[in-house]
Design a binder for this molecule. Structure first.
Ligand SMILES: [Zn+2]
Length: 201
């Protein structure tokens, strides 16, 4: 395929951007090369933490720290205190912190499937956006005479109008904006029903 540069109206120095990057006989200089690189692949799925579980762990930790502090105060204090009273002071905080930590663990385990699904849906959406950007990037051309980029008529979609000459520095933002305009924003992933017992977050 030949494409005419919108600036010099010649086709002899025009080459598609993927070919220009791969051409070792006419290597691109920096920063031109890095500006014309394909869009970076999307970040992989990262499973988020359960916020209620984190809050339960934090409260359990605070109670444990306060309990240890009062235990230290009790040990350094007068030694004639009642044994039952001193045991209560030591074990009391554990009656709260241990169940809280266990509850945090239960919340974390029961919400894991839901958090994994949310992370996968997020990664899927990022991948859909990236695929559109990559498709637009593949349609980009470079005129080696003018050192400008352009998108020939019909290059992104069959009815895509020819673009004006685009400064190489503008190519990354042009690719993102054109992907949204010409190919649309991906539909958000359908919300799947959450089975009972998996509703808290
Ligand atoms: Zn040109």
């Amino acid at each position: 395929m030949n494409a005419e540069c919108p600036r010099c109206t010649e086709a002899d120095q025009a080459v598609s951007v993927p070919l220009a990057l791969a051409d070792t006989t006419h290597p691109l200089g920096e920063p031109e090369r890095s500006l014309l690189l394909p869009p970076p692949p999307p970040a992989p799925a990262v499973v988020g933490r359960s916020k209620p579980a984190v809050a339960l762990y934090a409260v359990a930790a605070v109670i444990t720290v306060l309990g240890l502090k009062s235990m230290a105060d009790g040990l350094s204090g007068p030694q004639d205190a009642d044994l039952a009273y001193r045991l209560g002071a030591i074990l009391g905080p554990l009656f709260f912190s241990v169940p809280l930590a266990l509850a945090g663990m239960v919340v974390q385990l029961t919400t894991r499937r839901r958090r994994v699904r949310a992370a996968e849906a997020g990664a899927e959406a990022r991948r859909a956006v990236w695929e559109r950007c990559h498709r637009v990037w593949q349609a980009a051309w470079l005129c080696r005479r003018c050192r400008t980029a352009f998108f020939p008529k019909g290059s992104v979609t069959p009815d895509f109008p020819a673009s004006p000459a685009i400064a190489v520095a503008q190519v990354p933002s042009w690719v993102t904006a054109t992907a949204e305009r010409a190919l649309g924003v991906p539909e958000p992933a359908a919300v799947r029903p959450v089975p009972s017992g998996d509703r808290s977050s």
